[in-house]
Design a protein around this ligand. Structure first.
Ligand SMILES: [Fe+2]
Ligand SMILES: [Fe+2]
Length: 240
């Protein structure tokens, strides 16, 4: 478990700092079909919304290294909102101010500790992984593909970052508690991922990804996350 100690988060911090200095894509006019623009606008809203709760919980947890990395994580998500907002703007498409999915995620995370914050957030992160891959690989517009590739590369770091923090918090819990948490996590994930697949179905079809394919792929991405955080191999203290 030593590799999961507080020192581990310094490395994540360095990764976030390194990515922060990247140049933007070369902004130019873009063409986004309405279903894709609507779908991107919903993701844009979610990207901009995950700050205060996690930072508050991380502050309360009192781990300075993690808090420093978490602040940069939040900034990176907000930068995704900026990039997607700019993409929508150059395509002449509107952003949205509210959507029920964003409200549900906010409600679930209200007054949560770090673990619950991250378990709820992870559901969105895993869906985002599959979603941005679909945009990167399937969008007709080159700028949309470029922005999606950039966001996806960051999201691929977010999932292991949260896995590491969740393991710090949850690995020492008794096996029965971990099994219960895993079941609860799946019960949150499955309807949420199905809702994303349905809600973004028109955009996904446009990107040549059937919603059922999206759901199956998201499940395949989530399974190793649950195993890494809560599976038998996630370990008991000293049990390894
Ligand atoms: Fe993001
Ligand atoms: Fe993310």
């Amino acid at each position: 478990m030593d590799e999961l100690g507080p020192a581990g988060f310094e490395e994540w911090h360095r990764g976030f700092v390194a990515r922060r200095g990247r140049a933007d894509p070369a902004w130019r006019p873009a063409e986004l079909p309405v279903p894709l623009a609507r779908s991107l606008a919903r993701f844009q809203l979610g990207e901009g919304s995950d700050g205060a709760g996690l930072i508050g919980a991380a502050t309360a947890a009192g781990d300075g290294d993690y808090l420093a990395a978490a602040r940069l994580f939040v900034a990176e998500e907000q930068d995704h909102a900026r990039l997607l907002g700019r993409l929508l703007a150059v395509a002449g498409r509107p952003t949205v101010a509210a959507h029920w999915s964003d409200s549900v995620f906010r409600l679930l995370r209200r007054r949560a500790g770090v673990s619950r914050e991250l378990m709820v957030l992870m559901v969105a992160e895993v869906c985002a992984l599959r979603y941005y891959r679909a945009v990167r690989d399937g969008a007709a517009d080159p700028l949309a593909r470029e922005v999606a590739a950039r966001v996806l590369a960051d999201e691929e770091q977010h999932v292991p970052f949260h896995v590491q923090r969740l393991r710090v918090d949850l690995a020492a819990r008794p096996a029965a508690v971990r099994a219960g948490l895993a079941a609860a996590w799946w019960m949150l994930f499955l309807p949420a991922a199905a809702a994303v697949a349905a809600d973004h179905g028109a955009a996904l079809r446009l990107l040549d990804v059937r919603p059922t394919r999206f759901l199956a792929d998201a499940i395949a991405l989530f399974r190793p996350v649950v195993a890494a955080v809560l599976g038998p191999a996630a370990g008991r203290p000293g049990g390894a």
